[in-house]
Ligand binder design. Structure first.
Ligand code: 5GP
Ligand code: ZN
Length: 112
């Protein structure tokens, strides 16, 4: 399968990894939208949030890792956002589910 994030998980495409769990990998976004912008992915390929939700354990692990990333990156206290862009209309461009962990600056609401 030609999936960019599967290639990062396999080590075939380099990335700046910040955390690795048994079933998850967290790495910095190549085009950061905030001082902290980390992507957290399950090592198993799931296309999007709906597909991941069908595996509640994997979803819970991903959520826990996103929280740990926020702690590690020092934004847990000041505030951060965890985002799953789902579907092309919502800005999803890589169809291997990923949580964006964004923080380190003020974040407007509603998002664009
Ligand atoms: P989406 O638009 O699907 O929600 O998020 C995909 C994210 O992947 C984007 O924020 C984009 O900057 C990031 N991205 C795309 N290609 C690469 C890459 O090769 N390496 C890393 N680390 N991030 C990437
Ligand atoms: Zn994949």
């Amino acid at each position: 399968m030609d999936c960019l994030f599967c290639k990062i998980i396999a080590g075939e495409v380099p990335a700046e990894v910040v955390r690795e769990g048994e079933r998850t990998l967290a790495f910095r976004d190549i085009n950061p939208q905030a001082p902290v912008h980390v992507l957290v992915v399950p090592k198993d390929h799931h296309e999007n949030f709906a597909a991941l939700s069908a595996d509640p354990e994997a979803l819970a692990e991903l959520a826990a890792e996103a929280g740990r990333v926020a702690e590690d990156e020092g934004v847990a206290g000041t505030g951060y956002r965890v985002i799953f862009n789902t579907g092309a209309g919502a800005g999803q461009t890589v169809f291997h589910v990923h949580a964006h962990v964004l923080g380190g600056r003020g974040l407007n609401w509603p998002p664009g």
